[in-house]
Ligand binder design. Structure first.
Ligand SMILES: [Zn+2]
Length: 244
């Protein structure tokens, strides 16, 4: 009997020490959940315990990514963590300061009902895609959205700047669209070696190392792509390139 109690104690200890992180994990291309339209949450289920648990788990996982993986996460969609439901989290207070990340607000069945004609381009990447790939994408600077919160109340908001971009990126995920498919022109799909990440932050607009569509296609089809990658450049060479 004592041995059974000891075993139970070990199991409980393992559960509490690992907790939710065992339940959710990042879906990576070519996981089909990333390329499939996510299901609506039925009206009768919006404020259910099941939906609340999904949101709780997503928020916990996002906190884990921010604190332990050091990602400046400002948006997360359910398909990115393997859930085929129309739920997204957005840091609506984000102002570009990566040291001041705010709370992530949950949006259920979100819809963008208005896009501004005013557009802007910025770089985007995605936790579901090889971290060396980045893309310059043009999106509306302001949007108006409607959604439900976890209590079933309607949310109507106007978002601008980076939160608006994160919202558009997350809603794309609900439609099974990943950011490389929003990139126009191969010169706007970039390959960034790890030692060049910092340089890319300031020079993404004129980045000279593009990533061919073949690489993205091979990733989607789960085919080898390393032989298709662009030549890697030493940091010094690129620094000289930007000094000129
Ligand atoms: Zn993404």
């Amino acid at each position: 009997m004592a041995r059974h109690i000891q075993y139970l104690f070990i199991v409980l200890l393992a559960f509490f020490s690992h907790g939710w992180t065992d339940e959710l994990q990042m879906a990576m291309v070519p996981d089909p959940v990333i390329f499939t339209r996510a299901d609506e949450i039925h009206l009768s289920e919006i404020s259910s315990d099941k939906t609340r648990k999904m949101i709780f788990d997503m928020k916990e996982y996002a906190t884990h990514l921010r604190e332990e993986k050091q990602f400046s996460l400002i948006g997360l969609s359910a398909p990115e963590v393997g859930i085929d439901k129309r739920i997204i989290l957005i840091d609506t207070a984000y102002n570009g300061d990566e040291k001041k990340l705010g709370p992530l607000k949950a949006y259920i069945n979100p819809q963008i009902i208005w896009y501004s004609n005013e557009i802007e381009e910025d770089k985007e990447c995605c936790l579901c895609v090889d971290q060396h790939i980045s893309g310059v994408i043009v999106r509306s600077k302001h949007i108006k959205i409607i959604a439900f919160d976890a209590l079933g109340r309607t949310i109507c908001e106007e978002l601008s700047g980076m939160p608006a971009r994160a919202f558009q990126h997350a809603v794309d995920h609900l439609e099974g669209i990943c950011f490389p498919e929003r990139v126009h022109g191969q010169h706007n799909l970039h390959w960034v070696d790890e030692e060049l990440f910092a340089l890319y932050q300031t020079h993404w607009k004129t980045w000279p190392i593009s990533c061919s569509w073949s690489v993205w296609l091979a990733m989607k089809l789960d085919m080898p792509y390393y032989y298709l990658l662009p030549q890697s450049y030493p940091v010094d060479l690129l620094l000289n390139f930007y000094d000129q």
